[in-house]
Design a protein around this ligand. Structure first.
Ligand SMILES: NC(=O)C1=CN([C@@H]2O[C@H](COP(=O)(O)OP(=O)(O)OC[C@H]3O[C@@H](n4cnc5c(N)ncnc54)[C@H](O)[C@@H]3O)[C@@H](O)[C@H]2O)[C@@H](O)CC1
Ligand SMILES: [K+]
Length: 534
């Protein structure tokens, strides 16, 4: 089996510190709180320690003020119960512990005055690790930025100089979990107990990590399989005071015809609400007249024909140079001229420009599939999928087969990203697959697909790679649809959905519950991990 024939369900075999934050947030939205994760993290550290050290041994837990320290404090409590002699050295003022979870862990330890020694050591000279059998390093984890500063730098040296077994919590303190760099002092651990999955930096530095143990801390696999609020929160770039016009993305929407006026306007408005700076809409005159009601859209009038024609291609390509992504298809119609124009356009757009193909553009590429390439996102529903690829996907109830069917076509077409829309969206580039469950039954209303294409184009323009852009667009579109459904019920339309994009984009965690209309769907089980057959 070639490695490239494998399909990864979820986030991959190792995870970055952003992935960790995404998983924790998604997990919380799925009902497993950060406190539960931290408790499990601490317990797994205690259990790994207990496998290696006899009861009654002397343990020092050095804790920092963040989540990593919280894990260490939870471990200390478990270790005390197991019968170890435990001293906690907190390297920060208790008031500096900011997260409610780490604070809860600290407050529990504070009350354990008969079983745990507690020292607040702001001055590194107060750290004395003589006589301990084990030192637990819970100073800094995935939250490390740059080289450790005082007093952590000195505490790290003290750990390295101690004559004891060194167990690092999640990451040896001082090591960048993403890059494997240690820009300053770094704990040299005998054992590192990391959580969820290995981080790339740990795999690069066995010299600092020692024996690597990967512990489950109870996050549901669905926190990775399903796109969640954490993906929106941590992967979509936010503007800063330095951002200048255009930097947050420029999108070009190409669509519409004499017969279909609204579709490209819906896409363009959705793209704008998804947070890009500039949205161009290239369309025949009738569409441009209607679009002029929306002054935030920049019109590019395609003159002298009621529909997109080959004569328009040069005009569109000139605008294409100025944008970061192009969304093509909504309401184009299937006129012969239009088909020719779309094919010419796709052949001439530079390959590095991300493109979303939706609606009629999908039908048009169905007999020129060599135009499909890696840097594209295709957004077919089941019928369109059949039309484009010539195969019917398995029904959504047969979820594993449906994922395979979509992934196979992505693989066969240059690892293009496909969003196979349905009650559960399947998003895949043939190497990875994730699912999206946000949405509402009334999203069968016209225009919701146009909105999805626009949001996808916006996220591509903001610099997300096609797979992440597709995953997160599906989530935002479905969640906005669910919120609109809550308000408008059966009467909801695509403009109502657009009216909620800002709510999801700006506060994904707050509305995560309402974003799921169905808690459970009757589908076949899908396991996380690597599937070896496609
Ligand atoms: N987020 C979560 O829900 C979970 C987090 N977990 C643990 O939490 C860790 C991540 O927690 P945090 O994000 O709070 O980060 P950390 O606990 O890794 O560190 C954050 C703290 O270190 C300080 N800091 C960062 N760089 C520094 C430097 N160069 N010198 C001195 N101080 C520095 C920060 O100001 C902050 O106070 C993970 O490694 C893991 O151990 C686990 O409990 C599992 C659940
Ligand atoms: K650590």
């Amino acid at each position: 089996m070639q490695p490239e024939e494998r399909l990864q369900i979820g986030l991959g075999s190792h995870i970055t510190s952003i992935d960790v934050s995404v998983i924790d947030t998604n997990s919380e939205a799925l009902g497993v709180s950060r406190l539960q994760l931290m408790e499990n993290a601490g317990r797994s550290v205690a259990e790994e320690l207990a496998k290696r050290t006899k009861r009654g041994s002397r343990i020092a837990v050095l804790a920092g003020p963040g989540g990593n320290g919280g894990d260490g404090l939870a471990a200390a409590r478990h270790l005390a119960y197991m019968g170890y002699s435990v001293d906690v050295v907190l390297l920060a003022k208790p008031s500096e512990i900011r997260s409610p979870e780490a604070r809860a862990m600290y407050e529990a330890v504070e009350l354990m005055d008969t079983t745990i020694g507690l020292q607040v050591a702001r001055n590194p000279r107060d750290i004395d690790l003589h006589g301990y059998d084990v030192v637990v390093d819970a100073l800094l984890g995935t939250g490390l930025k740059g080289a450790p500063r005082s007093p952590y730098a000195e505490a790290i040296d003290a750990i390295n100089n101690a004559d004891a077994l060194k167990i690092a919590v999640d990451v040896p303190s001082g090591l960048n979990a993403d890059t494997g760099e240690a820009p300053g002092p770094c704990v040299k651990a005998d054992v590192t107990v990391t959580f969820h999955k290995p981080k790339p930096g740990l795999l690069k530095r066995p010299d600092l990590v020692g024996e690597l143990v990967v512990a489950s801390i109870g996050a549901p696999p669905e926190a990775e399989i399903y796109v969640g609020p954490g993906d929106v929160l941590y992967r979509v770039p936010r503007r800063s005071w330095r951002t200048h016009k255009g930097q947050a993305g420029r999108v070009l929407v190409v669509g519409g015809s004499e017969d279909f006026i609204g579709a490209p306007i819906i896409s363009a408005l959705a793209a704008q609400r998804a947070g890009v700076d500039l949205v161009y809409i290239a369309a025949p005159s009738k569409v441009i007249t209607a679009a002029s009601k929306h002054p935030v859209l920049i019109p590019v009038e395609l003159k002298d024909a009621p529909w997109l024609s080959p004569d328009h291609v040069d005009t569109i390509l000139r605008v294409a140079e100025r944008v970061d992504s192009i969304v093509i298809g909504m309401g184009l119609g299937l006129n012969r001229d239009t088909q020719e124009a779309v094919k010419e356009l796709l052949a001439r757009i530079p390959k590095d420009k991300p493109v979303v193909l939706d609606a009629d553009a999908l039908k048009i590429v169905s007999d020129n599939r060599e135009l499909i390439r890696r840097n594209m996102v295709l957004t077919p529903h089941e019928v369109e999928f059949h039309k484009v690829f010539g195969v019917k996907p398995a029904p959504v109830e047969e979820l594993p087969a449906r994922i395979r069917d979509a992934a196979r076509q992505a693989r066969l077409h240059g690892n293009v990203t496909i969003i196979l829309k349905g009650p559960i969206d399947v998003i895949t580039d043939g190497v990875r697959a994730r699912l999206n469950k946000t949405g509402a039954p009334a999203m069968s209303a016209g225009g919701t697909g146009d909105a999805l294409a626009g949001i996808t184009g916006a996220l591509l323009a903001k610099g997300l790679e096609p797979f992440d852009a597709a995953c997160i667009a599906a989530y935002i579109n479905g969640a906005a649809g669910a919120l609109a459904y809550k308000e408008y019920g059966e009467s909801m339309n695509a403009m109502d959905l657009i009216g909620y994009i800002h709510v999801v984009l700006n506060g994904p965690v707050k509305v995560a519950k309402e974003a799921l209309v169905y808690r459970r769907l009757p589908v076949k089980r899908t396991a996380i991990g690597v599937w070896n057959t496609l």
